[in-house]
Design a protein around this ligand. Structure first.
Ligand SMILES: CC(C)(COP(=O)(O)OP(=O)(O)OC[C@H]1O[C@@H](n2cnc3c(N)ncnc32)[C@H](O)[C@@H]1OP(=O)(O)O)[C@@H](O)C(=O)NCCC(=O)NCCS
Length: 170
């Protein structure tokens, strides 16, 4: 790889370069016997939408290290569209926090409702599975700056929780 290519890979990138959108139609196989979307299926889509933003920002392979607490606010029915938007909130060293927001779109009533929001942490790795440093992300809009600041607070909470769980296990 040339020095020029290396510089391109490690240069800081604005949040907008990671923004990703994914849309799914809820089919019977995604639902419970009452035709409501399974929570596990939505979590799978959230993981994929989050990974897209992480890949776009880091331009390498990533693994999901954690998914924060999630609420499912409204039911989603067979035939609805599920819209997932994701972007990188903040980069630490080898890890990055990605936010995913999910809406349900009912095209008959033209109604959009907020279903869930999630914060995921992805760790960048190379093809051999070694962790890699991730280029910084540059927040530019007010919302991006708010999410960037929030990500540092959430990382502290995650670390404290993780330390507490380790203590309980030992
Ligand atoms: C995630 C993983 C790479 C972390 O490896 P590790 O040896 O614990 O690494 P470290 O403790 O050195 O942490 C590396 C980074 O991950 C972050 N991290 C580790 N565990 C984390 C967790 N539970 N939540 C959030 N971030 C976490 C650390 O904060 C650190 O970030 P930084 O480099 O930006 O400061 C490792 O646990 C792993 O491979 N897990 C399996 C991932 C996977 O397969 N996911 C798919 C679902 S099965």
């Amino acid at each position: 790889m040339s020095d020029d290519d290396k510089t391109k890979l490690t240069r800081p990138r604005p949040v907008r370069e990671s923004i990703s959108e994914m849309v799914e139609i809820v089919l019977p196989n995604d639902a419970n016997p009452l035709n409501a979307l399974l929570g596990g299926r939505l979590m799978h889509w959230i993981d994929l939408a989050g990974a897209m933003a992480a890949h776009r920002h880091s331009r390498t392979y990533v693994v999901t290290a954690s998914i924060d607490h999630m609420d499912f606010l409204v039911p989603v029915r067979v035939g609805d569209f599920v819209v997932l938007r994701s972007s990188v909130n903040r980069v630490f060293h080898t890890s990055m926090e990605v936010g995913v927001k999910v809406w349900v779109e009912n095209y008959r009533s033209q109604q959009n409702r907020h279903v869930s929001s999630a914060y995921l942490t992805f760790v960048a790795i190379d093809a051999a599975g070694n962790r890699m440093a991730v280029p910084p992300v540059i927040p530019q809009t007010e919302d991006e700056k708010r999410r960037y600041d929030g990500a540092a607070r959430r990382r502290e909470i995650r670390r404290a929780e993780s330390a507490r769980r380790k203590e309980v296990r030992s």
